[in-house]
Design a protein around this ligand. Structure first.
Ligand SMILES: [Zn+2]
Length: 167
């Protein structure tokens, strides 16, 4: 399975799509190729085509800058780099409400962090200060540009994009 990195028109990372979807964007004239992969495919008409590795959209998608990063458990994990914000562990991850729900804590980016099961159990329904547990960093609502960068790193394409001068 070969994937293709899609960049917005301003070169910010958008997502990674299958090569089939990448080809469709290309055929429809919605994207230009910045870098080809080594792989080739044969179309039904026996035309040999190189599969793109990185493409840039012709039109800038502006809406993503207007919207905030939607709150979800997955996006909290991405923001926190899939590490426990108390001890740094990267396994058995859960979502911890810094101010427990039972004490009025909200489910949002400012109050949720990734935490391993052990830390989450230890903390229980207390505030971090009550159990001498300290957050590695203050949880904030990530901006879209920070988030796309984190996503690029997570998708394993950061170096590729760095080579292309995107970052
Ligand atoms: Zn932990």
């Amino acid at each position: 399975m070969q994937n293709c990195v899609i960049l917005n028109n301003d070169y910010s990372y958008l997502n990674t799509v299958s090569w089939q979807k990448a080809m469709r964007l290309l055929v429809k004239g919605k994207a230009t190729v910045l870098k080809y992969s080594e792989r080739i495919v044969k179309t039904a008409e026996e035309v040999v085509m190189k599969i793109p590795a990185v493409m840039k959209l012709i039109k800038l998608i502006r809406t993503i800058y207007r919207t905030r990063v939607p709150f979800s458990k997955k996006n909290v994990m991405i923001r926190d780099g899939y590490t426990c914000q108390y001890c740094g562990a990267s396994t058995k991850l859960t979502i911890d409400h810094v101010i427990p729900v039972s004490r009025g804590g909200k489910s949002d980016f400012e109050n949720c962090v990734s935490a391993c099961q052990d830390c989450n159990n230890k903390k229980s329904n207390r505030l971090p200060s009550e159990c001498h547990m300290y957050l590695k960093k203050k949880p904030i609502s990530p901006t879209i540009s920070e988030f796309t960068r984190i996503k690029a790193v997570k998708a394993g394409v950061y170096d590729l994009l760095k080579d292309l001068g995107v970052y």
